[in-house]
Design a protein. Sequence first.
Length: 420
Amino acid sequence: MLATIIYNTGIRLYQAGVKLAALTGKAKAASWLKGRQDWRLRMTRDGAGSQPLVWIHAASLGEFEQGRPVLEAIRSQYPTYKILLTFFSPSGYEVRKDYKGADYVYYLPLDTAANARDFIEITKPALAIFVKYEFWYHFLTVLYTRKIPTLLVSGIFRPGQVFFKGYGSMFRKLLRQLTHIFVQNRASLQLLEGIGLHNASLSGDTRFDRVAALLQEHRNLPVVESFADSNRLLVAGSTWPEDEELLAAWWRQQSHTDVKLIIAPHEIHQDHIRHIRGLFPDAITYTELDSGAFVAARVLIIDNIGMLTALYRYAFIAYVGGGFGKDGIHNLLEPAAYSKPVIIGPEYSKYFEAVELVALKGALPVNGLDNFNAYMKSLLEDRAFYEATATIAGHYVDTGKGATGKILEYIQEKRFLSKA
């Protein structure tokens, strides 16, 4: 079939592009390739598939956190099953390769017919779960032909996606082959029903369950507590250069002496950290502070990965980055779970939770320095405005919980897994 030939060609071109990027010194590309070397040998040696298991796949770190409540619920309710966790991206695998909630953690092999066949033959999953997206043709086809139940959880669909195009028949077929699709919102369900799919239901977004669980973790960050030193913190998470330039413009002219700024950039490579330090010459990095450097600075740059969710607990105000770029904002539910007012950039229309929270006035969108200044002034100086915004944010997350329970009820009802 022509569509399959085009797809396979695209996969091979992608692989060639990654190899070229690795040769030119791109660290992520090198990790992507190295992590997939000799995967058959490693998985066989590790005994993956020697006992019944559930396979959960996430594209990257964000999708892992989104699917984590389902993974942990399965782990709790079906303890006789091993958990196999795979990632497509280094930004997921490199952070969670030692995650104790899974028995096996690997990169997903490239989606070729041979790789998919061998992967399923080695692991023999009793159930496969894909988080949000990642519609790999060969993997999903092998799962379907071998009658392995396959779920998509926290799915989100938009009219511009390939499934809803005239040339998207191959991918529509993949959706039909999924055992069940749990979608985040009613608009996604209506889109699927519009192309004749009836294997879907509205569950909500498992991220609400995950971020709500953060409230119970109470992870302490003594270095951050020392830096805060009774000041109010603006915690800017997952920032890109456009976000940092806006923050710098505000920081240079703001006059509140009881406010400190923490920036946790989306990328922490040396060039990006250098860029941020150029904008904030007196800033200190977390690594420097942790090693005992003097705490005179009022700007802290987080130069490691994995702290952001705990950082938001210390925030007075949260700024969530990505809203000035084409990819849109990052996870604003994390700070909202802590009942923090959230400021975001203007590109948020693709994210239903952002649209809803903006409409409720629990998230505040800005398109430049003027309204950023205005919102910061109101939040810092008007206690009633601050408390109203914070309360709305926390309540929104609290009322959005429950998707994980619906997914587990379905798994139990269909008896895909057996209890001990």
